[in-house]
Design a protein around this ligand. Structure first.
Ligand code: DX5
Ligand code: ZN
Length: 219
């Protein structure tokens, strides 16, 4: 089986012990930090903003994958680059000029990702897929951790993989929401390159071991 990456979602960390949880991810076999920024407008929840991301990037020793669940993300592209983001993912549903936004993210020195809500069809990306470094397929409705995985995600991943291959693109496929030992293996077999996991990692008794299991898919 091909290698896949694990990206623990810091949204599920203990914010009273944030540095401890960041160090846990540093020490683990996780590949990326997944950082969820919510504005209370695009999604019905507010997570955290720039000062917290600044603190995270000071301690994080791995690739920083920022998932913006905000309206009009163009306003903050430079800010997120300055805060140490390596990947900046915007929502398809939040961008009127998606191609322009992707160009601006790359011009700021980051990789560019696009997230799709569960109701948003894959084929809307067909004319822009070659310009996207990562597609984040939302497997829950964005806004909260700890929700149940939507099974139609498997069909979307298969369709996205087909689109990427047909366009000869090198876009990565990320899955975000409700990832557990019950769906991880099948997601990777279907084409997922990156698995985001929040609750499954941080609510586990032994998060380092849980990350290791997700990485090796040895359940
Ligand atoms: C949801 C966020 C996810 C969330 C995943 O809007 O984008 O990254 O933290 O959390 P779990 O793994 O608990 O579903
Ligand atoms: Zn996310």
């Amino acid at each position: 089986m091909k290698t896949h990456k694990i990206a623990p979602s810091i949204l599920a960390a203990d914010f009273g012990n944030l540095q401890r949880d960041i160090e846990m991810v540093n020490q683990s076999e996780a590949d990326w930090f997944h950082i969820d920024i919510m504005d209370g407008v695009f999604v019905p929840n507010i997570s955290f903003g720039m000062p917290v991301l600044k603190a995270i990037s000071q301690h994080a020793q791995k690739f920083i994958d920022v998932h913006l669940m905000i309206v009009d993300p163009d306003r903050y592209i430079k800010t997120f680059a300055d805060l140490g983001s390596n990947m900046l993912t915007v929502h398809y549903e939040a961008c009127t000029h998606l191609h322009r936004t992707l160009q601006a993210i790359k011009a700021a020195g980051m990789q560019a990702g696009v997230a799709l809500n569960p109701h948003t069809p894959i084929d809307l990306l067909k004319d822009v897929i070659q310009d996207i470094d990562l597609v984040c397929v939302m497997s829950v409705n964005p806004g909260f951790g700890g929700q149940s995985f939507i099974k139609n995600t498997f069909n979307k991943v298969a369709e996205l993989k087909e689109l990427i291959l047909s366009k000869d693109a090198d876009t990565l496929i990320e899955i975000d929401g409700g990832v557990t030992d019950k769906n991880a293996k099948k997601l990777v077999q279907t084409g997922a390159d990156i698995l985001v996991a929040g609750s499954f990692v941080f609510k586990s008794e032994e998060p380092i071991e849980t990350i290791k299991e997700l990485k090796s898919l040895s359940f």
